[in-house]
Ligand binder design. Structure first.
Ligand SMILES: Cc1cc2nc3c(=O)[nH]c(=O)nc-3n(C[C@H](O)[C@H](O)[C@H](O)COP(=O)(O)OP(=O)(O)OC[C@H]3O[C@@H](n4cnc5c(N)ncnc54)[C@H](O)[C@@H]3O)c2cc1C
Length: 824
């Protein structure tokens, strides 16, 4: 009977924990269990050796008393409140502004441990308007066809004037500027797809279009500019009459951009022949994209006002200004040569340059709010541009590699058939599906008005890291073909440019290990931020009451995570929540299961580490990775729904989910093994993996199936590489691949006959094209089939050809490196 009672007590506790029941319900349950243990069936009432009445009722009575706020506040909450107040690290103003920037949405559901599925499934699948679609199919494709990346990189070190003119004329530089100012006023989804398609042709061209449409003068003016500033600049920016750049980074302030040394002092000076109140500004910035050709310079600096002329005190804070490049004193430096790439990038400086107050973005009212303005723009900008470049590079790698691996033969078979080669191609297929899903979902969130600061950080670092890995895979599959640079090499440019996307808009190491999890924990955790706010409240009484409420919720949250994690692990997520009942229900259940475990570990980590979180970056990096995998799973499941649950895509979805789960388990294991407190690490391991780790990644067989499908021209390959620019010009470096893939596929059955004849010795393998004639003569194939085979063979020749150069040509190419030599 005691055993039954213990089981009943555990079940009741689990039930209460799972439902995050209030304290009084725990008290009632404890009293009933206490009474049952004293007078219940099988016990002898008032037996001399039984537990005393006081003992069995004590827990219930204590809980009952604690459920009365007037008793709990002074006895329990107040001491904890004092303790938390004493250990809370001081959050600087810039840190606070970064934390406050943006909104939380699906990330909060992942931190909650119990996602409300409608928050994911109700995000409307963004569909381009007819106008946006026409722009993508029209001017975007035209500009793609005009771009010759080799020519840009090696003959010009800039885009050809015709491409610049086309971009300006058709409004590519003003996609985010509203129609009322002559901009295109396109959605985030459209901007993302347009930038991506151009980047699939040339990273340099993609970055050139990305910058004016990302964090920079256009967006800052749209959101914060004064009316006269908007009137003055937006129309000109939209038409490409002004080329903007934004200068934040300096030699001493890279990742720690807020630590910049650039200063402005509020003072009187001469402007337009008149004594004017303004700012005397000195700056030294570097790495600034488009600076060498910019006509309008966005600048960030610390503003001081020693005479309090603006009435905002002496240290006003980070402030943003728009300064025409031709303004007196502005120095646009020589060019940097980023990744030997053609896009414009360089330094700028100025010493004691006087600017009037109306150069400040948003006017004097916005002085000191620069960091918040930047962080808010970053939350949306980072959700659009770099994920577009990351995901398109993955898809483009797959597009060209799937063709090449089908065309290129060694040992008598095409290389994609070999398991060793199929392995990286399978990785490409899975990444292409998952990152297109995440790109589309995040852009759709932005179009719904969200500014997803945490998820955009996740997507920025993940998509660019995976881009690097998949481009490396593509290089490996191509072998020497991808290493020999030249006009027909379609991979090398992307390969050398990967560090650019990895470094800009928050370098990846910092974004992964410092920003993503810490910001997520503070913003998306259901109680932490409320507790911190309460602890920092100046009104102590109100703070204590708010803290009591948040702390109570937090305790219930912790209990639920513990019980939920444990039970889900025991049942392998069989009873976890799901919004659907179909073939992928298991995927939702697994997502719910690991979300619960993530909530548990994330919570314990922030509570245990507190302010130390900033320096425990291996731990926070792994938690950021788990959050990323959960997000990729979410996006993948959502894409499957949005695409109408295509049966042909189910294997790739299942493989993506299996891999994500496998990686999640690995990250958890590493966290438990390295948790600074071994006891807590052990308890977490027990709650998350009571039966050990059992998940496996996608099997070899399912990976091979994916590769078989993608090596054929057709709907599956097109869907996996959706959004890439597909050239139909058989003389274009990538068009040649598309052309050959079709011809080689058409010749497949004929080729099989031919190879059989070679193996049987009916036809002697010489130079293949001569052998084709022999095969006709021997009656192995018809003359019509011989033509098909010959056409395929000629197309194959064009694909495998690499470039060669005379010494003079190479010397001329090398002479383009002059700017860099001079800088050295
Ligand atoms: C091609 C290119 C274009 C650019 N365009 C612009 C532009 O238009 N405008 C502009 O203002 N800036 C621009 N930048 C600057 C870019 O934003 C910075 O390069 C970036 O912020 C990193 O600064 P850094 O290069 O000085 O690296 P550092 O700050 O020196 O960092 C070095 C390494 O340390 C890591 N790190 C630093 N601090 C931490 C930390 N606390 N925790 C963990 N890791 C950390 C970083 O992740 C990085 O890996 C551009 C840069 C490049 C390369």
């Amino acid at each position: 009977m005691i055993l039954i009672l213990i089981v009943v007590a555990l079940v009741v506790m689990a039930f209460l924990a799972m439902h995050r029941s209030p304290l009084w319900q725990w008290a009632v349950a404890a009293l009933l269990i206490g009474l049952a243990s004293r007078f219940g069936v099988g016990t002898v009432p008032f037996a001399a050796d039984g537990p005393g009445l006081v003992e069995v009722l004590l827990p219930g009575v204590v809980l009952a008393l604690l459920s009365v706020r007037q008793i709990r506040l002074p006895l329990v909450t107040a001491p904890i409140y004092r303790f938390v107040k004493s250990i809370l690290p001081r959050v600087s103003r810039t840190e606070q502004e970064a934390l406050d920037a943006g909104t939380v949405g699906w990330d909060a559901e992942l931190f909650s441990g119990k996602p409300r599925w409608d928050k994911l499934l109700k995000v409307k699948q963004a569909v381009l308007t007819p106008e946006e679609q026409a722009f993508l199919d029209g001017p975007t494709n035209v500009v793609c066809s005009m771009i010759d990346d080799w020519d840009i990189r090696h003959n010009r070190i800039d885009m050809p004037p015709a491409v610049w003119a086309y971009l300006k004329e058709h409004g590519f530089l003003g996609m985010l500027i509203g129609k009322e100012y002559g901009g295109l006023g396109f959605s985030a989804q459209a901007q993302s797809q347009i930038v991506a398609r151009i980047a699939s042709r040339s990273i340099a061209a993609g970055i050139t279009v990305m910058v004016p449409n990302s964090l920079g003068p256009g967006e800052l003016l749209e959101k914060y500019g004064t009316l006269p500033q908007q009137e003055k600049y937006l129309r000109r920016l939209a038409r490409g009459q002004e080329i903007p750049c934004f200068a934040l980074t300096g030699p001493h302030a890279g990742s720690d951009a807020a630590g910049m040394r650039d200063v402005g002092v509020v003072t009187y000076g001469m402007h337009g022949g008149k004594k004017t109140l303004g700012v005397r500004l000195s700056w030294d910035k570097r790495y600034i994209t488009l600076a060498p050709v910019a006509t309008l310079l966005g600048l960030a600096f610390h503003l001081h006002d020693p005479d309090n002329l603006l009435g905002k005190g002496e240290n006003i804070g980070i402030t943003l200004a728009l300064v025409p490049a031709k303004h007196k004193g502005v120095v646009i430096g020589r060019r940097h040569f980023p990744a030997r790439s053609a896009f414009m990038n360089g330094p700028t400086s100025g010493k004691n340059v006087f600017i009037p107050l109306d150069f400040l973005i948003g006017g004097p009212d916005h002085a000191g709010q620069g960091w918040r303005m930047l962080m808010e723009c970053l939350a949306t900008g980072r959700a659009i541009s770099l994920p577009a470049i990351g995901s398109i590079s993955i898809k483009q790698s797959l597009r060209v590699t799937s063709a090449y691996a089908r065309i290129r033969r060694q040992f008598g078979i095409y290389v994609g058939m070999m398991e060793g080669v199929a392995e990286p191609i399978a990785r490409m297929v899975k990444s292409a599906y998952a990152f297109e899903a995440a790109r589309g979902l995040t852009a759709a969130m932005v179009d719904e008005g969200q500014k997803p600061s945490v998820l955009s950080a996740v997507l920025k670092y993940q998509s660019t890291e995976v881009m690097r890995a998949r481009i490396n895979d593509a290089m490996d599959v191509h072998g020497g073909r991808a290493i020999q640079d030249g006009p027909s090499n379609y991979l090398f440019s992307g390969y050398i440019n990967t560090p650019v996307a990895i470094t800009v808009e928050g370098a990846n190491i910092l974004t992964r290990t410092l920003i993503t999890f810490a910001q997520g924990a503070l913003r998306a955790h259901p109680y932490l931020y409320k507790e911190i706010e309460a602890a920092q409240a100046t009104d102590r009484k109100a703070g204590l009451v708010a803290f009591d409420k948040a702390f109570g919720g937090h305790t219930a949250f912790m209990l639920r995570n513990m019980v939920g994690s444990f039970l889900h692990a025991l049942s392998s997520g069989l009873f976890a929540s799901t919004p659907v009942e179909h073939e992928l229900t298991w995927g939702y259940r697994q997502l719910a299961r690991y979300t619960q475990s993530f909530a548990l570990c994330a919570d314990w980590t922030v509570v245990f580490l507190g302010g130390e979180l900033k320096s425990r970056q291996r731990l926070s990096g792994r938690l950021a990775d788990i959050l990323s995998e959960l997000y990729l799973m979410s996006a993948t499941l959502k894409r499957y729904e949005d695409d109408g649950r295509l049966a042909a895509d189910r294997p790739v979805v299942e493989a993506v989910l299996a891999d994500c789960i496998f990686r999640i388990e690995g990250e958890f294991a590493a966290i438990f093994a390295n948790f600074p407190n071994r006891l807590l690490g052990g308890i977490m391991r027990f709650l998350v993996f009571p039966l050990g780790r059992h998940k496996r990644p996608a099997s070899d067989a399912s990976n091979n199936n994916l590769v078989r499908e993608v090596l054929k021209p057709g709907a599956f390959r097109d869907r996996m590489t959706v959004g890439t620019y597909v050239s139909v010009d058989a003389n274009d470096p990538t068009g040649v691949l598309e052309d050959a893939l079709i011809k080689v596929t058409e010749a497949e059955a004929i080729e099989a006959k031919f190879i059989r004849a070679v193996k049987k010795g009916i036809v002697e393998r010489r130079l293949d094209r001569d052998a084709i004639e022999d095969a006709v003569e021997a009656g192995v194939i018809t003359s019509g089939e011989a033509t098909t085979l010959r056409v395929a063979d000629e197309a194959t020749d064009r694909v495998i050809r690499v470039d060669d150069f005379s010494s003079e040509e190479l010397e001329r190419i090398e002479s383009q490196r002059e700017p860099r030599r001079a800088a050295e």
